[in-house]
Design a protein around this ligand. Structure first.
Ligand code: FAD
Length: 350
């Protein structure tokens, strides 16, 4: 069994930073990644969202500048640039880069299976190490919406489907009005989708400076986006090729796709990661606002503690079991809604 100075599990920005420092210090390091080296950020989050937002932003700026003709947005070109920026979901160069620096690059799901020394299993192999770094990131929080499990990835999108989209949907229901919902909603609206945003809180971006809320609300209005504040999606059902959602205020919204932007939960289970309880200590949060009476943007709006905001009522019991075929470059299946409480098992080493 190979012994290492450190094993880094998860190669998103967190794991990459640690691995880089350890390798620079001359340590013998194994890095383990079950999806793509670069993590969520490089392929389905920071990089594609900023890439996709930029061209519509330029067009909107041009439209507002005197003496500038209307700029045309070419979706096939933008899509192709997005694909280049996310490396066509191919991380082979990144993996080779780590190998060239002396790292042992392991592909697969890592599990900590013992300690003193730490033992990590990847597939059928085991490795020991002085240190293990768990940098497994977060997955989509799947809210408890009745009927959600009936929807497939063709109509139920997470940030993964939304950022790797190939065709622009005619209509979209974005669930969540924080950073991810605002970004994805604005992008879609500006490439021609009729967008409805449902935000549980009393204002958009409710963890940010209220002035930002005003600005983004004005912008959404100009983009033709409909916003439901202090509202939730209660149930969903298939409606032809799309989704029919019923909101807490009784409104019915029909959309080609529903985009979950409802927050994130840590990946992994407590039985996989010893001492991981502290990483998931956010208490479930209940909005104290009354549905249907959204206060205006401003400090008078009810705000909730930051650590609570991205969660849904009773989300402590909600965990996403994300499956992905990303390494094959194919579309990913969104988190399947398994609402069961994470069960606490004894660590395998007793
Ligand atoms: C739509 C969107 C837009 C965003 N935009 C920005 C932005 O503009 N700027 C910004 O700073 N942040 C942004 N973020 C946040 C940013 O993506 C995260 O903060 C960042 O990805 C977290 O890095 P991480 O390394 O902790 O986790 P991740 O990037 O999630 O990486 C964790 C890695 O661990 C791997 N893994 C998990 N479990 C295992 C296991 N058992 N074995 C092996 N590997 C495992 C996963 O496959 C993954 O590759 C955005 C997020 C989203 C969703």
């Amino acid at each position: 069994m190979e012994h290492l100075d450190a094993i880094v599990i998860g190669m998103g920005p967190g794991g990459e930073t640690v691995a880089d420092r350890l390798l620079s210090a001359g340590r013998r390091v194994a890095v383990v990644e079950r999806d793509l080296v670069g993590g969520e950020c490089a392929y389905w989050a920071c990089v594609p969202t900023k890439t996709l937002l930029r061209s519509p932003e330029v067009r909107a700026e041009a439209a507002g500048a005197a003496g500038v003709g209307e700029a045309a947005l070419e979706w096939p070109e933008l899509r192709s640039y997005r694909d280049q920026m996310i490396r066509h979901l191919d991380d082979s160069q990144q993996a080779e880069g780590y190998e060239e620096r002396g790292a042992l690059v392991l592909r697969g799901d890592a599990r900590v299976v013992g300690r003193d020394p730490w033992r990590v299993a990847v597939g059928t192999s085991e490795y020991t190490a002085d240190h293990v770094v768990v940098a497994t990131g977060s997955g989509v929080l799947v809210p408890p919406i009745e009927g959600l499990e009936q929807l497939g990835p063709d109509v139920l999108w997470t940030n993964r489907e939304a950022t790797t989209l190939t065709e622009i949907p005619r209509t979209a229901l974005v669930v969540g009005g924080s950073a991810v919902g605002v970004e994805l909603g604005q992008f879609l609206a500006r490439v021609g989708t009729r967008v409805t945003v449902v935000q549980r809180g009393p204002r958009l971006l409710d963890r940010e400076e209220p002035r930002l809320c005003e600005l983004i609300s004005d912008q959404f209005e100009r983009d033709g986006t409909t916003v439901h504040l202090s509202s939730q999606v209660n149930s969903v059902s298939r409606d032809g090729d799309g989704v029919l959602a019923v909101l807490s205020g009784g409104e019915r919204v029909r959309a080609d796709v529903m985009v979950l932007a409802t927050g994130r939960v840590p990946r992994g289970t407590s039985s996989d990661w010893p001492n991981s309880e502290s990483s998931r200590s956010a208490a479930p949060c209940r909005s104290t606002t009354t549905a249907g009476s959204p206060p205006a943007c401003g400090r008078s709006g009810t705000s909730r503690p930051g650590r609570c905001s991205p969660t849904w009522p009773s989300t402590r019991a909600v965990w996403s079991a994300r499956t992905s075929s990303a390494t094959t470059g194919g579309p990913t299946t969104p988190a399947s809604p398994g609402w069961s409480s994470p069960t606490r098992r004894s660590p395998p080493w007793g």
